[in-house]
Design a protein around this ligand. Structure first.
Ligand code: SF4
Ligand code: SF4
Length: 361
């Protein structure tokens, strides 16, 4: 990879309401700019990871935007395989292969595969080194078959990270569902009883039936809870938080280590053929986005791209907090920031937090 592009982040800004042809063209050109800096697929087609199951965002990327990505790969002479996403552990309807297929069909997305379809090929186990907390992670079959991976992320607030972007997708979103459940299992949310108004939003959000309302307050059964965090996103009063100070940094480090496994042990990672794009799209409250919270956006919409997922998330973070007095929490509504994740990723050699910012406005 060309050294001068390694930690470059390209930003293509756009108007809040315009992700149309001009923006798609800018996005495609930015991809073309970065593609010569990464490896080829080594004979196997690239796969494009798409964000179909993004909680809190009713506007996933359009089929046209996803197709622009595919076109850029073809223009760069790469062989292009399927679009794929993996089965969510959270979102209603997207925690089954059928739910994901339906979502892809509704969007008009051609050549879509469920990455970890239980009826399809088995996941591939990627071993982690002894210094890591888990011995291995399960990479979805489609991700494992890919010679290169273009990872499209819809940036969103995340209860355990603050910001969910490229690192979360690499260290969770391309993995199989059993691995995602292992990553989350140590986080046991608890209800701040005096804050709870007994509204039931968390109960409706929990697909694991781990919440009940008793005496007008929510209660969580930790035997059923998977730690998915969806209830924390659903509570408009911020009445649900992590159980201990240690579980969140531990979760963040696990995600960084899982991302490291994909970046170094997958076929695409070993080919040096990984490219990441963080999309900043509107999440209107009235449409159920933004988890019903007011969020500080300062008009930053568009896409950031990089070969370095650490630099990319850092640049996205910096853009989102630009001018925000209360930092990332003003945007996300959650107390967490992804510091342990980023620090672990840097220690593992996954990327750099300093970056060169190219604004394509
Ligand atoms: S969403 Fe929040 S306020 Fe409503 S029942 Fe759950 S914890 Fe209580
Ligand atoms: S109670 Fe547990 S399983 Fe249910 S939404 Fe909350 S974190 Fe997820």
């Amino acid at each position: 990879m060309s050294a001068d592009l390694k930690s470059t982040v390209i930003f293509c800004p756009t108007d809040e309401h315009d992700f149309g042809e001009h923006f798609q063209d800018q996005f495609r050109k930015a991809l073309m700019q970065l593609l010569p800096a990464v490896g080829a697929g080594g004979g196997a087609p690239w796969a494009v990871k798409v964000p179909l199951g993004v909680p809190g965002n009713p506007n996933p990327l359009s089929a046209e935007l996803m197709s622009a990505a595919s076109l850029a790969l073809q223009n760069a002479g790469q062989s292009v395989g399927p679009f794929f996403d993996t089965i969510s552990i959270t979102t209603e309807g997207l925690h089954t292969a059928d739910g994901l297929m339906q979502r892809a069909e509704n969007l008009g997305l051609p050549d879509f595969k469920v990455g970890d379809d239980p009826l399809g090929p088995a996941s591939t186990s990627l071993q982690l080194s002894e210094e890591c907390s888990m011995p291995s992670v399960g990479l979805s079959a489609v991700g494992a078959e890919a010679g290169g991976m273009l990872v499209l992320n819809s940036v969103r607030p995340h209860p355990f990270l603050g910001l969910g972007g490229a690192m979360l997708t690499l260290g969770n979103g391309v993995l199989d569902r059993p691995t995602k459940l292992i990553l989350h299992r140590d986080v046991k949310p608890t209800v701040d009883t005096p804050l709870c108004a007994g509204c039931g939003s968390c109960l409706a959000a929990c697909i694991f039936d781990a919440i009940a309302i008793r005496s007008g307050r929510a209660m969580i059964d930790h035997k059923l809870c998977t730690g998915c965090g969806e209830c924390m996103s659903a509570c408009h009063l911020g009445g649900i938080g992590p159980d201990s100070g240690m579980s969140i940094p531990r979760f963040q480090k696990l995600v960084a280590e899982a991302a490291f496994a994909v970046a170094t042990r997958s076929q695409a990672g070993q080919n040096g053929a990984l490219l990441h794009a963080n999309f900043l799209t509107p999440m209107p409250r009235e449409a159920g986005g933004s988890y019903g919270r007011d969020r500080f956006l300062k008009g930053h919409f568009g896409v950031l791209l990089s070969t370095d997922p650490v630099a990319l998330d850092q640049a996205t973070w910096d853009l989102l907090v630009d001018g925000a007095v209360h930092g990332l929490r003003q945007w996300s509504g959650f107390l967490q920031e992804p510091t342990p994740l980023m620090e672990r990723a840097v220690t593992l050699g996954m990327g750099r937090r300093p970056y060169e910012f190219l604004n394509q406005a």
